[in-house]
Write a protein that binds this ligand. Structure first.
Ligand SMILES: [Zn+2]
Ligand SMILES: [Zn+2]
Length: 343
């Protein structure tokens, strides 16, 4: 089968083509696994973090990709669901132990044995992949292969972030960065909290315009002051300046939710601007978001159908994965990038 394989880590600035198109053996499903013929795979900023070593794969070579939509071609072992021919999705959660205190309390995303798709196991930048049957999520029929892919990561982690803000209808919400995840958060928030005003912070004028077109009441620069203090803010940027600026824009008792697997060190000195009375006093909170649970993924897909959420997608061929990643790195984002692999 054809796959885009990562063999070596490094900065994409010096190596803009880290993935290589290779012919590799089709994977054989282990007991309890399903074999998927991949249809589409979303491209995520986390792949840049893997390639550049901020969350490195434990073994190389590896096949990236954790927003995978595919058709079940083979099932192995006693699992009855899903069945051959079913269309399923694989998210960042490839497996968890099922037995620890986190797994047994609805927090399998925090499991110490958590395995990530496309990092700890081969993912969907390929024609085929295997996954434990219990971690293959049914895809609702009304979503196309390309629409479903971004919901599996950008959507599901955005949904988890939105839940972790603890806001209720009518409270104000800020979104810092307006790429693949936050544009879906805006759509979900508008459905779940129709009286909530949404404020978007982005350095990119196109993203600000996009946010307004989707119903944000205000959109400004990262360092701008929102017209009112906000009850919650979700940050999806890879850097530190937006954290400090978001804390300043939070209202008393407000919560900042950081939806980023890693932060880059480029502007870490910006944290020295942190002033306790301005940024933290009055019971402001900061919470990070780690991974997703299967429940997050399944509820996201259901919500997308109910709310008529159709992610904005840009399709690329499998062999153009390097270009898609590079454009993502350069901030050329409008909606989410998806590799079209099979049909
Ligand atoms: Zn992702
Ligand atoms: Zn566990």
């Amino acid at each position: 089968m054809k796959a885009m394989v990562l063999t070596e880590l490094g900065d994409m600035k010096s190596n803009p083509e880290p993935l290589h198109l290779e012919d590799v053996p089709k994977p054989i499903p282990a007991e309890g696994d399903v074999l998927l013929r991949v249809l589409t795979c979303g491209v995520c900023h986390t792949e840049l973090d893997e390639i550049e070593g901020r969350t490195p794969p434990p073994e190389l070579p590896v096949i990236l990709g954790h927003q995978v939509v595919g058709v079940v071609e083979e099932v192995s072992g006693l699992e009855t669901m899903p069945e051959i021919g079913d269309r399923v999705g694989v998210a960042w959660i490839y497996s968890a132990c099922g037995e620890c205190e986190y797994c047994t309390s609805g927090q399998e995303n925090l499991c110490p044995y958590f395995k990530a798709t496309g990092r700890d196991a081969n993912g969907g930048y390929a024609q085929y992949m295997t996954v434990p049957a219990a971690f293959a999520n049914p895809i609702p029929q009304s979503l196309t292969d390309s629409e479903a892919a971004p919901l599996l990561c950008a959507g599901a982690i955005g949904y988890r972030s939105l839940r972790l803000t603890n806001i209720h209808n009518g409270q104000s919400l800020g979104l810092t960065g307006f790429g693949g995840s936050n544009h879906l958060v805006l759509k979900m928030a508008k459905h779940l909290y129709p009286d909530t005003d949404i404020f978007v912070f982005s350095r990119n004028p196109e993203e600000r315009e996009f946010a307004r077109s989707l119903g944000a009441v205000w959109a400004g620069e990262i360092e701008a002051s929102s017209p009112e203090k906000l009850d919650a803010i979700i940050d999806t940027t890879p850097v530190w300046k937006p954290i400090v600026e978001a804390l300043r824009n939070l209202d008393n008792g407000g919560r900042l939710v950081i939806n980023a697997i890693r932060k880059e060190d480029v502007d870490k000195d910006y944290l020295l601007k942190l002033d306790y009375p301005t940024h933290l006093w009055m019971e402001k909170e900061i919470k990070s978001v780690a991974n997703v649970t299967r429940q997050d993924v399944r509820e996201t897909l259901k919500l997308a159908v109910e709310a008529g959420i159709r992610p904005e997608v840009q399709e690329y061929a499998l062999e153009d994965a390097n270009r898609a990643l590079l454009e993502l790195r350069q901030g050329k984002i409008r909606g989410t990038k998806v590799l079209r692999i099979g049909s």
